[in-house]
Design a protein around this ligand. Structure first.
Ligand code: GLN
Length: 257
């Protein structure tokens, strides 16, 4: 009897050691579940935004990362923060993934790893509907431009000669500044401005000129986390191959890509 007990205890201890040994990976596990902590900035419809009448975040990016998480066996937990806080949060290991219509740029590539591109975008200028002087970015010299802090739109605005650039924490505030007559223009991503105009913004605003820089969106992970980047790329490929990506794309943009 005693021998059996000792044997059982030894087996239990070995099992405990085996479980503890699995903790060596960098995945966060809770109750045996793999967790993917995602950071986003939800003032960027139709990519990420607050769902009406719910706490939930919705949008193309949100559907995409939930599908990626499901495909890879992760429970996806999404938290909201300022756009300029996303890369620091990755670096501090507070989140595993940053997904916020983030353009892949050389500067950011020094700080994070980007997945393969998942959406083709670019910048556009938006002005009040009744403004007939500003026809393109070239007419913004010396003008007041409202942007979101830390975005490629903000960086582009800074390059406009003599412009007075005001950076806001969220896109809504930048647009409001223009609506209130305190800014002459907003520079933001083309799909977001187009969505905004289609949702009622065209009552008082319009876009002018051509789409400026071509930019690709990527999913960012911490430098060194090549394993997660590779997993995400694999999931993106699989979801494109099995039609799931197109389904999500069509839901938000209405045409296959
Ligand atoms: N695509 C732009 C950037 O990466 C804007 C992103 C955003 O405002 N969420 O800077």
């Amino acid at each position: 009897m005693k021998k059996v007990l000792v044997f059982m205890m030894a087996v239990l201890m070995l099992a405990a050691l085996a479980v503890a040994g699995c903790g060596g990976s960098d995945e966060k596990e809770a109750g045996g579940e793999k967790i993917m902590r995602v950071g986003t900035e939800p003032s960027f419809a139709p990519f990420e935004m607050q769902a009406e009448g719910s706490e939930e975040l919705t949008g193309f990016d949100m559907d995409l990362i939930r599908a990626i998480g499901k495909h890879l066996g992760y429970k996806v937990e999404i938290s909201a923060m300022g756009f300029d806080a996303l890369i620091p949060a990755l670096q501090a290991d507070n989140i595993d993934v940053a997904l916020a219509g983030m353009s892949i740029t050389e500067e950011r590539k020094q700080q994070v790893i980007f997945s393969d591109p998942y959406y083709k975008s670019g910048l556009l200028v938006m002005v009040p509907k009744d403004n007939n002087d500003i026809k393109s970015i070239d007419d913004l010299k010396g003008k007041r431009i409202a942007v979101q802090i830390g975005t490629t739109g903000a960086f582009r605005a800074e390059k406009v000669e003599g412009a007075k650039v005001t950076a806001f924490n969220d896109n809504g505030s930048a647009v409001l500044e223009m609506k209130n007559g305190a800014a002459d223009a907003v520079i933001n991503d083309a799909p977001v401005l187009k969505y905004f105009l289609a949702q009622g913004g065209s009552e008082y605003a319009k876009t002018v000129g051509e789409v400026l820089n071509a930019e690709d969106y990527g999913i960012a992970v911490k430098k060194g986390n090549d394993k997660l980047a590779a997993e995400i790329n694999k999931a993106l490929n699989d979801l494109k191959a099995n039609g799931e990506f197109d389904k999500i794309y069509n839901k938000w943009f209405g045409e296959a890509k």
